[in-house]
Design a protein around this ligand. Sequence first.
Ligand code: GDP
Length: 274
Amino acid sequence: DLVIEIVDGRLPWSSSNPIIERLRLARQRPALKILNKSDLADPKLSRVWLDWFKAQDGVDAILMGEEDKKASAARLPALCSKLVPHRTGEVKPVRALILGIPNVGKSTLMNHLARRKIANVADTPGVTKSQQRIELQNGMILYDTPGLLWPKVHDENSGYRLAMAGSIGTNAYDQVDVAWFAIETLRERYPQALLDRYGLKGYVDDVEAMFAMIAKRRGAVLSGGRIDEQKAAELILTDFRSGALGRITLETPDDITEPPVDGEPEADVAEGGQ
Ligand code: GDP
């Protein structure tokens, strides 16, 4: 009846599944977007994103963070019912598909939501074996899905943001590359964050030099004085992910780019999906 999508509040657009969005619109299903990890996101931009999502037809959105997880989870069944008012009672319980990219916090939320596991979904072709059907206290049925990314991330910056958030496996990208991207993004959007965290006086022009300065500050240096690039990159990314760099949102609605018109992967899935 509806889709509950958990997105990363620091990159709400880049972490939204474009394939599901197209299927959802084609089948006219409403969506509840959960902007999770909002305790790590920039509160001002979280409001902007919340309004942006809510302005879309058939979409409701909420912020969710570490501290309010339990209370927000408790609100979900009522919010879902409101989106599908025709589904009521035991005969027509609300059925929702819940999804989100890896590491977005889906398991954490499910642990708050689930009362009783009913059954694993049958081993149907095209349906992953680990999909689970879970009944909530109010009778609502949630179909859980494994954390998934889509086959192709069209926007290169989105790919970098997803890597920064830790939602792409470390084998699939170069951490130093992503750390450079992090420095560039922060310099542009939160210039004070890097200076405060690493005790730097100001910016130098090129990112490589900035990276080296941070590495030295944090002792990411090999014997002989060379920069330990891997260690420095990990430090920067860990600091972003843990919130040590402050509450940061990596994108605004102005950063949204349209995928190419004849984008292959979406077309395939949209046509073949059930
Ligand atoms: P999953 O891969 O989507 O199932 O994600 P998990 O539920 O395993 O969460 C991934 C990491 O994010 C864990 O370290 C969680 O503790 C953390 N996490 C989940 N929700 C939040 C949140 O709202 N705020 C913060 N700061 N961390 C969260």
